[in-house]
Design a protein around this ligand. Structure first.
Ligand code: GLU
Length: 374
């Protein structure tokens, strides 16, 4: 079982080699893939596409030489090609009644928390509206040092950001093998990998490093799968170069499934508990402490005191009045505003601030101390 039929939220990475043919965007392939997306959407699954192809389309459009491009040339090609890429996606998805939306990300957008939260909120809104987000790296503004560099890794970071439960990497090989199948006839296909051990990484990554056109070979696919696995997301690596590749896998075509090592929710909470330095604290009354411990959101009404100078989206510690840490969470108001709404009922927040962002800390963004220590 690949999990394609049952996943709730799927990120599919589509490489340049699939999308761009001799004469520009490969419309026939895109139409088959659009049928895949339509089927998944009709079953209530959410689909986000990470699409390469901007540089490949742009270099044709700008008639750039065949040699390896310099970074500025690549960026110029991406600028010229990204609009062609989106047009191809729109033309593929529109006949099925699906709207596409372009999202261009740089590495900071998935690493700087506030930008991460903004990007996540936008993607969440698009998915809730039934739109298909089409993500690419914002190649025109990045420098070598701050590039993701390959869309396999970008796709894994996006999967992590939106708590996807499945990442599909459409590749030019149908999965991982014990050795390079093109040169070693005894190479065995690995249908399911429960844990990406060093042995498997050395075997599959080393043997297949050369495989793969575009930027990402097998090694980057394994790196992507490692990020996804730790984020609670399964990865499927399969052959993209066939009419409806997701349908093909559902029908039993060869693929490698790499299982997640946790759930998206647990991974997210572990990240909040462990990786973020708190910028302040919210001191809560007994009622709120109890509610939070039971998994409820932290409402302004139960907050007695604010400490620290945090911004919206920063991590804060939630403490009871006796000084015990109850948990850590991502706060939805900056400190100045949080002070103003301390003790207020939720329906009075709008009048006090002129806006409301809901609870001070939403239950989804709260890692309880007991969970934090496990
Ligand atoms: N972002 C690049 C593009 O759209 C591709 C990078 C990759 O394929 O890994 O052309």
């Amino acid at each position: 079982m690949s999990g394609i039929a049952s996943a709730k939220r799927i990120v599919v990475k589509v490489g340049s080699a699939l999308l761009v043919g001799q004469d520009g965007a490969d419309r026939a392939w895109l139409a088959g893939f659009a049928a895949d997306v339509t089927r998944l959407r009709a079953r209530g699954q959410q689909v986000l596409v990470v699409s390469s192809g901007a540089v490949a389309l742009g270099r044709r459009r700008l008639a750039l030489p065949k040699r390896a491009l310099t970074l500025p040339e690549k960026q110029a090609a991406a600028a010229a090609g990204q609009s062609a890429l989106m047009r191809a996606w729109e033309e593929a998805l529109e006949p099925a009644g699906l709207a596409a939306a372009q999202i261009l990300l740089t590495r900071d957008d998935t690493e700087v928390r506030r930008r991460w939260l903004n990007a996540r909120a936008t993607v969440e809104t698009l998915l809730a509206l039934g739109v298909v987000p089409v993500v690419n790296e914002n190649d025109t503004v990045v420098t070598e040092e701050i590039r993701y560099g390959d869309n396999d890794r970008l796709a894994a970071r996006v999967a992590q950001m939106i708590g996807a439960d499945l990442l599909v990497l459409l590749s030019d090989v149908d999965g991982l093998y014990t050795a390079d199948p093109r040169i070693d006839p005894s190479a065995e296909h690995l249908p399911r990998i429960e844990r990406l051990t060093a042995k498997i990484e050395a075997m599959a990554g080393g043997a297949n490093t050369g495989a793969g056109v575009g930027t990402g070979g097998m090694a980057t696919k394994i790196a992507a799968a490692r990020i996804a696995s730790a984020a609670g997301c399964a990865t499927v690596i399969t052959l993209g170069n066939r009419p409806s590749p997701l349908q093909a896998v559902e029908d039993g075509a060869r693929a490698t499934v790499i299982e997640p090592s946790t759930t998206p929710k647990a991974a997210y909470k572990a990240w909040i508990a462990g990786s973020l330095a708190p910028a302040g604290a919210l001191v809560v009354d007994d009622g709120a402490a109890q509610a939070v411990r039971l998994g409820k959101s932290l409402l302004a009404a139960g907050v007695r005191r604010i400490e620290g100078r945090f911004g919206k989206g920063d991590a804060v510690v939630v403490r009871d009045e006796a000084g015990h840490e109850i948990g850590r969470g991502i706060v939805r108001y900056e400190a100045d505003d949080a002070v103003k709404i301390c003790g207020l009922k939720s329906d009075a927040i709008e009048a006090a601030l002129g806006y409301t962002s809901g609870p001070l800390v939403h239950a989804d963004d709260l890692a309880l101390a007991a969970q934090a220590s496990t």
